[in-house]
Ligand binder design. Structure first.
Ligand SMILES: [Zn+2]
Length: 256
């Protein structure tokens, strides 16, 4: 009896969570009011340095994202006083979210997406937080030599992002680049780099596709996330100051 009840309850929750994605998702990229974004720092490891770093984070640590969006919107004739309002939640000490599916199989992704929604729902409620349009879970960790960090994702249908970030002052600005990239996914932007090589895809993945000669580029298109130094070479931007929002991305997020 108890087992039956448990399954019934789980199924109901799953249906409610799943059902919400079939309702028309709220248009997040209408830009008629500021977009509320909650950053949830997640402590996935018990490292004192990580904890100290996370404790030092305030909304001001993310101001540059607002500044960046404001400046870039202006290039497209959009005057946004405050594109985003960012609030920072209390750090979560929890097991990492469900691991990303290793392959892009439809079922694997669908299952992951369902498990993620459940995880987001369970971990996003906190007293004193205004309801957010988008939730970014930033998994802060120390960099481990020879070990690549998990990739980050921004999921439009669900309006959440999972960002793997290095917990260090030197990386704060770069983390903002990743957070912004994933946030723009939520707003409808797609990737503009080659998945295998990381190479920005010309022309839309280049910050300045009109430049002559085309390479080296000076900045990164935010959805390419990399500065193309040649047709077969790239480097990562250290800050949002080295990034732009290209016309194709601008169109996807409702600026054109
Ligand atoms: Zn991406």
């Amino acid at each position: 009896m108890f087992r039956f009840l448990r399954i019934a309850i789980l199924l109901t929750i799953l249906l409610v969570v799943a059902g919400r994605q079939f309702l028309a998702p709220e248009r997040l990229n209408s830009w008629d009011k500021p977009l509320w974004v909650t950053i949830y720092p997640v402590l996935v490891e018990a490292d004192p340095a990580t904890r100290r770093y996370v404790k030092s984070l305030t909304p001001r640590a993310f101001d540059a994202i607002n500044e960046f969006l404001k400046q870039q919107a202006a290039r497209y004739g959009f005057s946004l006083e405050q594109p985003v309002v960012i609030q920072v939640a209390d750090p979560l000490t929890t097991a990492p979210p469900p691991a990303l599916p290793t392959e892009n199989s439809g079922l694997g992704v669908a299952l992951w997406s369902l498990k993620m929604r459940w995880w987001v729902w369970r971990h996003s409620r906190q007293d004193g937080l205004a309801p957010a349009d988008a939730k970014m879970f930033v998994l802060y960790q120390q960099s481990k030599p020879g070990q690549l960090m998990e990739r980050s994702v921004g999921v439009r249908n669900g309006a959440f992002g999972i960002v793997n970030a290095e917990a260090s002052r030197q990386m704060t600005a770069r983390n903002r680049v990743i957070i912004t990239h994933e946030l723009l996914h939520i707003l409808g932007a797609v990737d503009r780099y080659d998945m295998a090589s990381g190479q920005p895809l010309a022309p839309d993945g280049l910050a300045n596709p009109q430049q002559s000669p085309l390479y080296p580029q000076q900045r990164a298109e935010i959805m390419a996330g990399r500065i193309a130094t040649s047709a077969h070479g790239w480097r990562r931007p250290a800050t949002l100051k080295s990034c732009v929002i290209g016309a194709a991305t601008a169109a996807e997020i409702g600026w054109l």
